[in-house]
Write a protein of this length. Structure first.
Length: 271
């Protein structure tokens, strides 16, 4: 991951993390921010001239007038491992990292307003990308399932789902509702879109079931442990989720209730 985080991106990220930390701990902020940073500290083995081991901190906490000097401390953190710990801190604080998940701000905003359960699940997934990629993928899969279920429960759709369907079967159902399910009567281009969405969600489901710890694995099973793969997969989930939500809002626009009456006009009421 280190080689993916450019110095320019780290500089921008440090500014965002600094602001987020001061906002996160408004009370006793200097002490609490320092305590928080200390929890990210790692200790490395060093040896003196006689071969005796001793521990040294991976990065130093810079002080000014007895308090943490946050900006130079964050720069020290970014230097110790090329920015990887800095990225983990940003994710833990909920700071957007658009170079790694480009559509994340849009996706988070869409979920927060329309899909509370999916939003909570996705935020848990987002925070696990670096520390537990396998769990992040499993949670993101669940978030996408929640989005599709919410759409299918809409009164104007009223799909007969039983809450036991997998991501693949939910995708089949919603593509049929959206008239995107691939069949021989469709134009080739529309059929390709439907087939691609179906294939993407089917493989996301397979990855969750076969390449994560969701269902328990043996020592010989392959488990996704590289956060780079998790970023790629969750980017795919975000893209699919945004498309389905946008298509749903276009095909089933919100019903606007007009409470305007002639009585209001007659008396020229300002409310």
């Amino acid at each position: 991951m280190n080689e993916l985080i450019s110095p320019k991106y780290q500089m921008r990220l440090i500014e965002k993390v600094e602001n987020a930390l001061w906002s996160e701990f408004p009370v006793s902020k200097y002490k609490n921010v320092e305590y928080y940073i200390q929890k990210w500290q790692k200790w490395e083995d060093e040896y003196d001239d006689f071969g005796n081991p001793f521990k040294v901190p991976q990065f130093g906490i810079v002080k000014k007038d007895g308090n943490i000097d946050l900006k130079p401390t964050l720069h020290a953190i970014s230097r110790c491992d090329g920015g990887e710990t800095l990225l983990k801190i940003a994710i833990d604080l909920g700071v957007d990292t658009p170079d790694f998940i480009p559509s994340i701000p849009t996706f988070k905003n869409a979920l927060k307003s329309d899909y509370k359960t999916a939003y909570d699940t996705f935020m848990k997934a987002y925070k696990q990308i670096e520390t537990d990629p396998s769990l992040a993928i499993g949670l993101a899969n669940s978030a996408l399932e929640s989005i599709i279920k919410e759409i299918l429960k809409e009164d104007r759709i009223n799909s007969a789902i039983k809450n036991t369907e997998t991501l693949y079967s939910l995708t089949v159902e919603i593509l049929k509702i959206f008239q995107l399910y691939p069949n021989s009567d469709m134009p080739k281009e529309i059929k390709t879109i439907g087939s691609s969405l179906l294939a993407i969600n089917q493989n996301i489901e397979k990855l969750r079931s076969e390449k994560t710890n969701v269902h328990g694995k043996t020592a010989d099973d392959y488990i996704i442990e590289d956060s780079l793969y998790a970023y790629f997969i969750i980017n795919s989930i975000v893209t699919v989720g945004l498309f389905l939500n946008s298509y749903y809002k276009n095909k089933f626009p919100p019903i606007v209730i007009d409470n305007h009456t002639d009585f209001d006009d007659e008396f020229n009421l300002p409310f």
